[in-house]
Design a protein around this ligand. Structure first.
Ligand code: GSH
Length: 233
């Protein structure tokens, strides 16, 4: 495989999907151009020239060095956060974002599948649905954690952790600050419920996720608290 080419990431600070890719790029220590897409007023060139689905994150890979607002037809356009995270993992194998062992690799992808299809706090935060499903998912996630090791697959921080971290962070920020469409006080209520000893392993794990430098460097808490969390997702 040749040396990786230049990357332009079309992103938005408020977007948890985009933060997955920013974390992967930070973990792999990649230098790239970041272009902030205003999700409430997307540039008219974005869908036709970058991502027909008109969503962030998207990457323009390779091609000539151009202004991100004039994407080149010669770069490869890629989208979907989990695809992009695996793409970074493939380009930079030394970052160990994907386990080498096929069984662990499958387990990492299974973990991603669980968080992607089951950890859906937006339903509670934006649509005031009951939060019990969040507690149930915490139990499932906890059951997938290894006996020992800091992260979902052991001591290496992998795609499994990357897929989950931005969503857990926004969930926590929302409930701690009572930001969302749910009744005031429900945030504190779910936080209290999650403090039960039966979630101890889950809590130790998520605390470590939020301490990871790649997460901290890519999370803009001030911007998030002043805007509605998950807007546009
Ligand atoms: N499945 C996509 C979801 C990306 C997504 O929903 N992005 C939102 C922001 S969080 C977006 O760009 N929304 C703009 C729109 O739908 O108009 C992924 O994993 O990348």
């Amino acid at each position: 495989m040749g040396h990786p080419k230049s990357i332009t990431l079309y992103t938005a600070k408020i977007c948890p999907y985009a933060q997955r890719v920013e974390i992967a790029l930070a973990e792999a220590k990649v230098e790239y151009k970041a272009y902030q897409v205003d999700l409430s007023n997307k540039p008219e060139w974005f869908a036709p020239k970058v991502n027909p689905a008109s969503k962030v994150p998207a990457i323009a890979y390779g091609g000539p060095d151009v202004d991100p607002e004039s994407p080149s037809s010669e770069s490869t356009k890629l989208a979907e956060s989990l695809v992009l995270v695996e793409f970074i993992a493939d380009l930079y194998p030394e970052a160990n974002l994907l386990p080498k062992d096929p069984t662990l690799r499958a387990k990492a992808r299974f973990f991603v599948e669980v968080v992607n299809s089951k950890f859906l706090p937006m339903r509670f935060i934006l649509h005031n649905e009951p939060y019990q499903s969040i507690l149930d998912t915490a139990t499932v996630i906890q059951s997938l954690l290894p006996e020992s090791g800091k992260y979902a697959m052991g001591d290496e921080y992998t795609i499994a952790d990357i897929a989950f971290t931005p969503f857990y962070a926004r969930f926590k920020l929302s409930v701690e600050n009572e930001i969302g469409a749910y009744e005031y006080g429900k945030g504190r209520e779910i936080l209290n419920a999650l403090q039960a000893p039966k979630y101890a392993k889950f809590n130790a794990y998520v605390d470590r996720l939020l301490e990871r430098p790649s997460f901290k460097a890519t999370f803009d808490e001030v911007k998030l608290t002043t805007k509605t969390i998950y807007r546009g997702c």
